[in-house]
Write a protein that binds this ligand. Structure first.
Ligand code: DGY
Length: 420
């Protein structure tokens, strides 16, 4: 059974390969997505490390001169997705979006490297390293205006957790009156109850219009975007990625870059407390305009272990939330606290479990010796896939699939967990 699933997972990655990059899902997401590709690279590394490197190399071919790496690369046309390249109007070649996504790439590079540390792959790591460095510097310079070592996002799509309720209050003041008529394509492929609402889409598009009106001037967007939220998910993921990039810098003997990364890590370790919500006793995102914490316990609240943070009181409070939630759901880790009134078991980031987030949470818990919790996360992730197949996400209540089927990053996580 397990072997059969290994083969199916590999077959999904091969089938979604478009020649050097992998689409998350052929219908719903027919281009290259940034953090999807990072997870896919790790999945490929379990059976074809060269193809894992290629996934990252293709993504970084779309890097902009300032280090920015877009969240979507439109390598070819496909009118099955909205908003396409004409709406983003990046003016680049290849055409891309104008926002980024959680920076998992450096972590992926480390995992891919460690699976097959050969001379050939060292050359590829050496070639990718400066691009990863430039990407991390870009985050430092363009997404952290108060220099706290966190990530201040300017678009819900950038967080990867598109319709998390964390973006509701910061999104309320957005003016959507100029968005006009548009035809969504996602709800043509999938049941609308699994997807973000019309109001959320209006807000996504108003923010795309804003970015485009600046000519995708990232410094200006960082200063003036009407949506500026310190995202706990991206902040934890970047901190982890900086640690992984540091390991690679040391391996390659890049002393100056290693010092630079140590400084970024130290800044985050000192500043990330800004994202601790003392009332809710959880890690949570925070609106930079109103300065208010979101007040939501989400799956991103459990990424502190993955980020390598250790703080006895905060860890205990975080694990108490974990235990409370674990008693309520069959499958950990729901994207939103099931006791929250807004919890919905199939609506995208308002309840469903995402295998990629589980992989990060489980990895962090196990690394920090939280075996019972870590094993629960790994076990649940594997059983959802065993029961249902490789969906985009799953209901935490009954494990039913949510979103697209034959999903690349879910297949990748199966392969990564297969050896545990
Ligand atoms: C979408 O279109 O749903 C994507 O998540 C945006 O990146």
């Amino acid at each position: 059974m397990t072997e059969q699933l290994d083969l199916s997972a590999q077959a999904i990655l091969r089938a979604n390969d478009r020649g050097g990059y992998t689409v998350p899902n052929g219908q719903v997401y027919p281009f290259q997505w940034n953090w999807d590709s990072a997870f896919v690279a790790m999945g490929f590394a379990t059976f074809d490390p060269g193809r894992g490197w290629q996934e990252l190399e293709t993504l970084f071919k779309a890097q902009w001169p300032g280090g920015f790496v877009p969240h979507i690369v439109f390598w070819q046309d496909d009118d099955g997705y909205f908003p396409g390249p004409d709406i983003w109007a990046s003016g680049t070649n290849p055409r891309t979006s104008g926002i980024t996504q959680p920076p998992v790439a450096a972590t992926a590079a480390r995992v891919v490297w460690e699976r097959a540390p050969t001379a050939e792959f060292r050359t590829r790591l050496e070639a990718l390293f400066p691009k990863l460095m430039a990407y991390h510097r870009w985050f430092r310079d363009m997404r952290d205006p108060e220099k706290r070592g966190i990530v201040v996002t300017v678009h819900p799509w950038e967080t990867g957790r598109d319709n998390s309720p964390e973006w509701d209050a910061p999104g309320d003041p957005l003016d959507v009156s100029q968005v006009g008529q548009y035809a969504r394509r996602d709800t043509g492929h999938l049941d609308a109850k699994m997807r973000p609402t019309k109001l959320e889409y209006d807000r996504y598009l108003a923010l795309v219009q804003f970015g485009r009106s600046t000519g995708w001037d990232q410094a200006r967007i960082a200063r003036e975007s009407p949506f500026r939220v310190a995202d706990v998910g991206m902040s934890m993921i970047l901190l982890r990625a900086n640690r992984d990039l540091l390991v690679l810098a040391e391996l390659l003997g890049k002393a100056d870059e290693a010092d630079e990364l140590r400084a970024m890590i130290a800044r985050s370790e000192a500043g990330i407390e800004f994202l601790w919500d003392p009332d809710k006793q959880c890690w949570a995102s925070r609106d930079m305009i109103t300065r208010k914490p979101s007040g939501f316990v989400t799956s991103a609240s459990f990424l502190s272990f993955y980020a390598g943070l250790r703080d006895a009181d905060k860890d205990a409070a975080t694990l108490a939330h974990f235990a409370r939630i674990a008693a309520k759901v069959r499958f950990m880790v729901p994207s939103l606290d099931p006791e929250d009134p807004g919890f919905q078991m199939v609506r995208y980031w308002r309840g469903p479990v995402w295998a990629v987030v589980n992989w990060m949470i489980g990895t962090g818990l196990l690394e920090q010796g939280r075996s019972a919790e870590g094993e629960r996360v790994v076990r649940d992730t594997r059983s959802m896939m065993n029961q249902t197949g490789f969906f985009e996400a799953y209901s935490p209540i009954d494990g039913a699939g949510s979103g697209g089927d034959d999903f690349s990053w879910t297949a990748a996580i199966w392969l990564l967990l297969a050896e545990r």
